[in-house]
Design a protein around this ligand. Structure first.
Ligand SMILES: NC(=O)C1=CN([C@@H]2O[C@H](COP(=O)(O)OP(=O)(O)OC[C@H]3O[C@@H](n4cnc5c(N)ncnc54)[C@H](OP(=O)(O)O)[C@@H]3O)[C@@H](O)[C@H]2O)[C@@H](O)CC1
Ligand SMILES: Nc1ncnc2c1ncn2[C@@H]1O[C@H](COP(=O)(O)OP(=O)(O)O)[C@@H](O)[C@H]1O
Ligand SMILES: [K+]
Length: 501
């Protein structure tokens, strides 16, 4: 599990560690790790450090200090290093170290800064780190703008300036980095969008903070975590013991969502899928997934539970419609004490009548930002700007496990760390991939995982399967070697992804 922390939590840990170490030790560890990362990056793009042009953007705090010391190390290896001093002051010892190593420094001036940045092989962003508050002030905002057009590599020091380290919120201009070298521990804002999308690859430099960190409020499962949680059949398994998933989805108008949800469940390893819907949807599901056992519901009828047979968990909602028949079906399923995943139209019914969620069994809700906004009755933009806050609030207010879909997917449950998933790819932004996700998570629920684990594992596998489908291989693609996918491709890619875990 990769754990992540707020700025305050990091600061408290740093204070405790610093009290035991000679002054300057932590900054020296940070700068050394930062310089090594820059050396590796320059070696990759230029072949050598000697003679490369490095520009340091320096703010008034210790974030600038890290960059100045790292710049001094690069200057000592023959790089041509220029620091742009953008703050009201600069870290004096760091500045002296840079000058002593042959680097240069000058106050910010717009034309000179533009010229330096446009000629740099590498730009180091040491404007602000965890000490940042609010939107970037000038001239930092202008510098972030110049960096957007920089032809060279952009390496953010600790956090891309403009990204709120504790939440991932971005209010105004921010530095868009190819790589972020972060110290001591991951900050939450590096894992959660929109902040995460500004980081590029994130490299963690160990400065010895580990023993001083508190329990994390945010964590990102790794491949090993997911592999350890996934149910796998044993010698004495049969289809019932592996977990039977009931899916109530689709309508006369929306038949595709049902096919996709059932596909996700079958490819994710449900022992059996029992599918109930109106005739039109059943016809499409039967044609595409003969493995599913289907039940036709007469228009307007409920009583699914009497007809369909025993299941260990339910998925209800994809393509179900928003009319009264659909509402009755959602109510009937939520009336059981089994684990229930509610998605798509099912969420509309729950948003209209929250009392549906007063139940004894566990509930997993899987909204995207718009659906969560309706569940909480807040503007969608608020959810998108402060995703962690809203997903936590939803879990608390609705008494359910909540999986918030998006470019990073979050899973929240009361009194547990929010789980973050970033395995996905923008290629997943295509109609129907969410329906596949509902089937995957449903299969894992039926297989015995808790809502929290089923949701986190499903998001992880779904993201990887999206990548594999876009790349045409579970081993990934060469840069630029990806292509558009259809939602069902994601389901089809699942077995390869699980094999490669
Ligand atoms: N502590 C440790 O052990 C270690 C810490 N380390 C490093 O220290 C970093 C934290 O350093 P920090 O505390 O000095 O804060 P930091 O982020 O550099 O800047 C804060 C200053 O910026 C300003 N400012 C604030 N908001 C602004 C805005 N919106 N727009 C513009 N300016 C703004 C404001 O100053 P002002 O200009 O207002 O006087 C404020 O004082 C951390 O990220 C890591 O890199 C490592 O060396 C490892 C060991
Ligand atoms: N930019 C993106 N990067 C990664 N994953 C994404 C991105 N956009 C969407 N996704 C994923 O694709 C899926 C879309 O689901 P959803 O919005 O419910 O679509 P639909 O209703 O069409 O099925 C979610 O799992 C979401 O996390
Ligand atoms: K920074």
């Amino acid at each position: 599990m990769r754990t992540a922390y707020t700025s305050d939590q990091i600061r408290a840990a740093e204070r405790a560690l610093m009290a035991r170490l000679p002054e300057g030790t932590l900054m020296s560890r940070a700068a050394s790790g930062l310089a090594s990362a820059c050396v590796r990056a320059l070696a990759r793009v230029r072949g050598l450090v000697y003679g490369s042009r490095v520009v340091l953007l320096i703010g008034s705090g210790d974030n600038g200090g890290d960059a100045l010391y790292a710049g001094a190390r690069l200057a000592a290896r023959g790089a041509r290093v220029d620091a742009i001093l953008a703050g009201s002051r600069a870290h004096q010892a760091g500045l002296a170290a840079l000058r002593a190593a042959g680097g240069r420094a000058a106050e910010f001036a717009p034309d000179a800064a533009r010229e330096l940045v446009s000629a740099a092989d590498l730009v180091m962003d040491g404007l602000v780190g965890i000490g940042s508050a609010g939107a970037l002030r000038e001239p930092y905002g202008t510098l972030a703008g110049l960096v957007a057009d920089a032809p060279g590599l952009v390496v953010a020091v600790d956090v891309p300036s403009g990204v709120d380290a504790s939440t991932g919120r971005v209010d105004g201009p921010a530095v868009r980095a190819h790589a972020t070298v972060t110290f001591g521990a991951y900050k939450i804002g590096l894992l959660v969008d929109p902040g995460a999308s500004f980081c590029g690859t994130v490299e963690l430099v160990d400065i010895g903070l580990g023993p001083y960190l508190p329990d994390a409020d945010v964590a990102a499962p790794t491949a090993g975590d997911v592999a350890g949680l996934l149910p796998s059949p044993a010698a004495e398994s049969d289809k019932y013991r592996r977990g039977v998933l009931g899916i109530v989805a689709g309508s006369d108008t929306f038949t595709g969502a049902a096919v996709l949800s059932v596909g996700g469940a079958i490819r994710a390893g449900a022992g059996m899928v029992r599918f109930a819907s109106v005739e039109e949807s059943v016809r499409y599901v039967r044609a595409r997934w003969p493995e599913a056992v289907t039940t036709v519901l007469a228009p307007g009828s409920t009583g699914v539970l009497d007809d369909i047979g025993r299941v260990q968990a339910w998925v209800v909602g994809p393509g179900l419609g928003t009319g009264s028949h659909a509402r009755d079906l959602v109510a009937e399923i939520l009336g059981t004490d089994l684990p229930v995943l509610v998605d798509a139209d099912g969420l509309t019914h729950v948003a209209r009548d929250r009392s549906l969620l007063r139940r004894t069994g566990p509930t997993l809700l899987t909204p995207h930002a718009g659906e969560l906004a309706r569940l909480l009755d807040v503007p969608r933009e608020d959810v998108e700007a402060r995703r962690i806050e809203h997903v936590r609030r939803a879990a608390h207010e609705l008494g359910a496990t909540v999986l918030l879909k998006g470019s990073t997917t979050l899973v929240a449950e009361e009194d547990r760390p929010v789980r973050v998933n970033s395995t996905g790819t923008p290629w997943l932004a295509t109609g129907g991939t969410g329906d596949v996700l509902s089937g995957i998570a449903g299969a894992l629920l039926a297989g015995g995982l808790s809502c929290y684990d089923a949701a986190s594992c499903a998001a992880y596998l779904h993201g990887l399967a999206g990548r594999a489908a876009a790349a045409g291989s579970a081993r990934g693609a060469r840069p630029g070697g990806e292509a558009a996918i259809a939602a069902l491709d994601v389901a089809e890619a699942l077995p390869d992804v699980v094999r490669a875990l």
